[in-house]
Design a protein around this ligand. Structure first.
Ligand SMILES: *Cc1c(COP(=O)(O)O)cnc(C)c1O
Ligand code: SF4
Length: 361
């Protein structure tokens, strides 16, 4: 990657790999030979699910197996049928096409359907990438809905990746949402700091700064993703007073070990990113090879809680199939309890009993 160039991010967005032929060329270019069978499989997968890898991401794929697995299609996608297209039933929680209203006081606004690079395990893998952006009318309608439902306090700008939009388009969206009196929180969910660091231009940072308090949740899954240039992007955002959080997905063969997860969250904290969620992988069609047994997340939690800085410990969540929402899980630190006392197990496996002083019968 060269120096951050104002227009280079457009190149990252438009010139990535999005067909079998382009993938073949990209591998040939770095003298990597793959079998004909491999390309036949890729061809089949690309017909079922989105394929998109930005030049920057492809470079990282060659350096890290953990990154490669997240972006280069795998033949398992063709034989995994346990998942469903829309496990979170998002499509049934839409008061309008571009708005998901699942929880009482917050909504998710879908401003585009594409990303710089398509993760193989994406929850919205079902969405055929039509390179769509939210229209003026859709945006106006969504804002009207939000303004009318004054219980909505928090708007999450999502997609796809909102940062594929131009600064001027982001400016319109952010301005309209900021003008709704009842909205207190604006969040942006993005993977751009990793999948296209060039996107984090000074101009973008100056734009975002105007909408503080603004929360940006970045999607990071492996410490290898936090390269020096990614680190610099995150610092730039946080130096501008934007509050950064991270969302990560637990992925078999990528990051399903306590050591990797610890390293990832320490790196996040070092870059002023507060780990927010670690998700159990959603049960999406064609992603089963990434699913971990439920015990894995509990084992990782146990390794983290008490043993690493509390700032590096996120919430652990399952997003329930059928659109029933997120459930936070915590390992059971309660040994036993009755009306009068509770006995807890510490992170060092010692017991501690707290007794009520009375009053409760
Ligand atoms: C996760 C999610 C949110 C935000 O939930 P928080 O727990 O507040 O982060 C909102 N809407 C949808 C549809 C979501 O999936
Ligand atoms: S960045 Fe997020 S929305 Fe985009 S492909 Fe990855 S998981 Fe899906």
């Amino acid at each position: 990657m060269g120096k951050i160039n104002k227009n280079n991010w457009k190149h990252q967005l438009e010139s990535g790999i999005s067909s079998t032929e382009q993938l073949r060329k990209a591998f040939a270019h770095v003298n990597i030979k793959k079998s004909e069978k491999f390309y036949q499989e890729i061809n089949k997968i690309a017909k079922l699910f989105p394929l998109k890898i930005s030049p920057y991401t492809f470079k990282q794929c060659l350096k890290s197996k953990a990154i490669y697995k997240q972006f280069v299609p795998d033949k398992n996608e063709l034989v995994n049928f346990k998942g469903t297209n829309d496990p979170l039933k998002e499509d049934s929680r839409k008061p309008m096409k571009k708005l998901i209203h699942m929880y009482p006081d917050r909504v998710l606004l879908l401003v585009t359907d594409i990303c710089f690079s398509s993760c193989r395990f994406c929850t919205r893998k079902r969405i055929k990438k039509a390179y769509q952006k939210i229209s003026q009318k859709e945006l106006n309608d969504a804002c009207k809905y939000i303004a009318k439902n004054t219980q909505i306090k928090d708007v999450i700008i999502s997609g796809g990746d909102p940062l594929i939009l131009d600064d001027s388009e982001l400016n319109i969206i952010l301005t309209k949402i900021r003008n709704i009196k009842s909205v207190k929180i604006i969040r942006i969910g993005t993977r751009a700091p990793f999948s296209c660091p060039d996107r984090i231009t000074d101009q973008l940072v100056n734009l975002l700064k105007r909408f503080k308090p603004l929360y940006v949740n970045v999607h990071l899954n492996h410490p290898d993703e936090v390269t020096p240039e990614v680190f610099e992007c995150l610092r730039k955002l946080s130096d501008a007073g934007i509050v950064l959080g991270s969302q990560s997905v637990l992925l078999k063969g990528v990051n399903d070990s306590s050591d990797i997860i610890k390293k990832l969250f320490y790196k996040c904290v070092e870059a002023s990113v507060r780990p927010y969620y670690l998700y159990q992988c959603d049960e999406v069609l064609g992603t089963e090879h990434f699913w971990t047994d439920y015990q894995a997340i509990f084992k990782i939690m146990k390794a983290l809680i008490g043993n690493v800085s509390g700032l590096a410990v996120p919430n652990f969540v399952f997003d329930c199939k059928g659109g029933q929402g997120k459930v936070r899980v915590v390992p059971d630190f309660c040994k036993n309890k009755n009306k009068k006392s509770i006995t807890l197990k510490t992170f060092k496996n010692k017991l501690y009993t707290y007794r009520n002083t009375g009053g409760m019968e």
